[in-house]
Design a binder for this molecule. Structure first.
Ligand SMILES: Nc1nc2c(ncn2[C@@H]2O[C@H](COP(=O)(O)OP(=O)(O)OP(=O)(O)O)[C@@H](O)[C@H]2O)c(=O)[nH]1
Ligand SMILES: [Mg+2]
Length: 216
């Protein structure tokens, strides 16, 4: 109980301080979502656009990112405006991680078991960092059903912590993609349809980042 009170007080002061020094620090921009939705692809595209470097490796095998990755001082410009972000790419959050799911990608049993173990640790790490974000981009695969435990849990957590959220419907280049279904699942949010892989509709994405980041 006391611990919780200390935490509340500490968070309160943290928020006041960060507001006071808002102009001096980077806005912490987190990329969250289920595995394989394109978080790293999107983070890479932004980094490549503005720094020339990439953030992390991308793979069709889920749970490619198994450690939280940071990139500081990424200055994004949109129209005449500029803002500096600390980008945080996170491991995909899942409720069930089974090593056998990796075997169909021709991963060896020993490596699959290790991948599952690291992926589980990665989920814990992602959730641990959630509290630290100023702004979160939820990246969803627009070809998948958005009504699931993971998405609802992440968004619920962010709402409870009053962290602003942008929902990205990724992979709109694929015929199966369905932005409308994502909009219907989360009607109180702006949903931006993009293709991180092919760089489609990135202008609208940057516009919504700036719109929300201004209020952080
Ligand atoms: N068609 C299409 N494929 C995409 C797009 N964005 C990402 N992908 C593919 O989706 C797969 C997963 O991409 P990642 O960027 O590694 O996804 P992630 O969300 O970081 O995945 P984890 O790190 O495992 O959580 C890769 O095969 C990407 O090439 C997109 O816009 N269109
Ligand atoms: Mg990744």
């Amino acid at each position: 109980m006391i611990n919780m009170e200390i935490r509340v007080v500490r968070n309160f002061f943290k928020k006041i301080f960060s507001r006071l020094f808002r102009n001096k620090r980077d806005i912490k921009l987190g990329f969250y979502g289920p595995p394989n939705s394109g978080k790293t692809s999107l983070a890479n595209r932004i980094c490549k656009d503005f720094t020339g470097q990439e953030m992390g490796s991308v793979s069709k095998i889920p749970h490619e990112t198994r450690n939280v990755q940071f990139k500081e001082k990424v200055e994004i410009s949109y129209k005449e405006k500029k803002m500096t972000f600390k980008m945080i790419d996170t491991p995909g959050i899942a409720t069930k991680i089974d090593y056998e799911d990796f075997l169909k990608y021709k991963v060896k049993k020993k490596d699959a078991k290790m991948r599952a173990k690291e992926a589980t640790q990665g989920v814990i790490e992602s959730i641990k960092w959630l509290d630290d974000m100023d702004l979160v981009v939820i990246v969803l695969d627009a070809t998948e059903n958005p009504y699931n435990q993971v998405n609802i849990t992440i968004i619920g957590n962010l709402v409870a912590r009053k962290i602003p959220v942008i929902i990205v419907a990724n992979k709109i280049d694929l015929r199966k993609s369905n932005i409308k279904q994502i909009e219907a699942a989360f009607p109180e949010y702006d949903v931006v349809g993009i293709s991180a892989k092919y760089g489609k509709n990135m202008e609208e994405f940057y516009e919504s980042i700036f719109k929300v980041a201004k209020k952080v």
